[in-house]
Design a protein around this ligand. Structure first.
Ligand code: F0G
Length: 404
């Protein structure tokens, strides 16, 4: 396994492992893997390992023998025939990332990111988060025996995620500001050497996250879907998926790219707006708001990478309202028995919208990446799932309610 870290903007090689941006132009960093050991190999050569992040170890920039792992990845790819039928689609699949160890796709990035922190000899790791990153980092830091600090926007983190970060022993600090402000502070702390930053601007995080698309292609026996649809918040995951696709393509393991669809909540939609205007850069949204608190982000750090991923694949950015998100969440749950948190349901809502507008054709194969588990956000479920019926403790009273 060999690789270089370089600037996404100016291409300069960066050797200081503690930097999260280019010392010359300030651009984000990215990892370039040397894939030459894989040139004479095929996907089936990797299949002796169980499905999961570490099946793809030759694509990852850390030594797997020293990896901090909770056996992440290996998540189901559901063929959603019932929901597909409802939406007039022949082939709709859901990659259910809620089945990861801490209940979201973040674990794919954290196994690589925290392994990197250990490799560098860091003692304290930290992040800003809308919830899932903090839950995942707290768990992996506990496993690695590292100190962990997480900065969260006060009152805007779903209960399950907050509970996880506290439970795994992270120092949880809530700020009277939003995610974007929390990220600015934690970046500054990293610069001053107070912690090793494990937000997704850390280029090792997307390396782990790209395995979600390796698994999708693996599970589809390398039949490339027409579209892959996913929610966009801080905008690294869509970049990770794009990067993974280019690596399989460069090896000749796939011969075409799917179109990537990035879905944003309409109250937190800078990437959607930039796409509408045909721009490769975006203007931050000042006061982001949405029921999908995981993607309540106005100034996505990896926004430029996300736009490249969308344009290069002839993809689309779409926005959906909170009502559409909650309707998509419920429809997926009640048609397929698959429970996802609101941000994840944005991908379902996005598909519904694009199917209605005709942008997605009936016979196209579409994969939605549903990034987080339903149980992350119990308050939203309880608020939107109808009433609990209350009864006297007699069979007659219960029967009366059943008949209603
Ligand atoms: N879905 C869920 C469930 C998320 O938690 C996030 C991001 C996203 C989608 C968007 O991914 O940021 O790579 O575009 N959550 C981060 C966090 C910001 O702090 O947990 P992205």
């Amino acid at each position: 396994m060999s690789y270089i870290v370089k600037c996404f903007e100016c291409g300069r090689k960066v050797t200081d492992g503690l930097l999260d941006s280019c010392p010359k132009c300030g651009g984000l960093l990215t990892v370039e893997m040397d894939l030459s050991p894989l040139v004479r190999k095929e996907l089936k050569d990797l299949r002796k390992e169980p499905l999961g992040v570490w099946r793809y170890a030759p694509f990852l920039p850390v030594d797997r023998r020293k990896a901090v792992s909770l056996l992440e990845g290996g998540t189901p790819l559901y063929h959603c025939k019932g929901l597909g039928k409802k939406l007039g689609m022949k082939d709709l699949r859901v990659k259910y990332e809620g089945a990861n160890p801490t209940g979201s796709f973040k674990d794919r990035g954290m196994t690589v990111g925290v392994s990197r922190a250990v490799e560098l000899g860091c003692k304290v790791v930290g992040c800003a988060s809308t919830g899932n990153t903090s839950a995942s980092l707290a768990a992996y830091a506990a496993k690695a025996g590292l100190g962990c600090v997480v900065l969260l926007p006060s009152g805007k983190v779903a209960l399950g995620k907050l509970a996880q970060a506290m439970f795994y022993g992270a120092k949880v600090i809530t700020i009277d500001g939003n995610f974007d402000e929390a990220l600015d502070i934690v970046r500054q702390l990293a610069k001053e050497g107070e912690l090793y930053l494990l937000n997704s601007i850390n280029p090792f995080r997307p390396e782990g996250q790209k395995t979600v698309v390796f698994e999708i292609l693996d599970q589809l026996d390398l039949h490339v879907p027409d579209l892959i649809v996913l929610p966009v918040g801080n905008a690294a995951n869509i970049w990770a998926v794009y990067k993974g696709l280019t690596e399989f393509r460069d090896l000749g393991w796939i011969d075409k790219m799917p179109r990537l669809v990035g879905v944003q909540a309409s109250g937190s939609n800078p990437i959607f707006k930039a796409f509408q205007e045909g721009k490769r850069d975006f203007k931050p949204v000042e006061h982001p708001e949405t029921v999908a608190t995981a993607i309540r982000i106005g100034n996505p750090a990896s926004g430029r990478k996300a736009l490249k991923a969308i344009y290069d694949t002839d993809g689309v950015a779409v926005e959906v309202t909170d009502e559409e998100i909650l309707a998509g969440q419920k429809l997926l749950g009640r048609t397929e028995g698959v429970g996802v948190e609101p941000a994840s349901a944005a991908s379902i809502a996005g598909v519904m919208k694009l199917r209605q507008s005709g942008e997605i054709a009936a016979d196209e194969r579409v994969v939605c990446i549903c990034t987080g588990n339903l149980l992350k956000d119990p308050d939203t479920i309880i608020k939107n799932s109808g009433e609990i019926l209350k009864s006297k403790a007699t069979m007659e009273a219960v029967k009366r309610l059943m008949a209603q």
